[in-house]
Design a protein around this ligand. Sequence first.
Ligand code: TYD
Length: 143
Amino acid sequence: MSDNDILVKNSGWVPLKQFDDGRDGMLCILEAQRDIPFEIKRIYYITNLQNARSLRGKHAHKTLWQAIFCISGSFLLGLDDGITRQEIQVWRNDQGVLLGPGLWHTMTGFSGGCVLMVVASDYYDESEYIRNYDEFVKFVRTS
Ligand code: TYD
């Protein structure tokens, strides 16, 4: 097992097709239901992070599937399925991480100029979030 194995439930690496054109840059391609294991209904991205002080996430979803990509820079992704916890350094722009239901996630340790992109299986719905950790633990124990 390598340090990079994702052990929590409803997660895993999402490799993308990539063309490295040297000094002409790098092209990464993401196709719904091919590279991403769900239909994409929403895309959002996060910029202007204040690096070490920034904290995002701190929630889980009841039914939503997402995949998170680090387009530029790096960050630390904390994953917790209620039993297993792990932290993953995300820095490759051709490899995202799947964030399925019942997975508490936090994003910290952003490098300068870090840009994140998230693709989601559904539209935004606040009632689908679990923002309280104790509620999350109850949710994963009963589902
Ligand atoms: P949140 O999902 O908590 O952000 P993160 O997981 O990156 O820390 O969302 C932050 C705020 O933005 C929250 O008030 C809801 C709003 N929001 C939308 O209105 N639509 C969206 O698609 C998303 C992702 C968030």
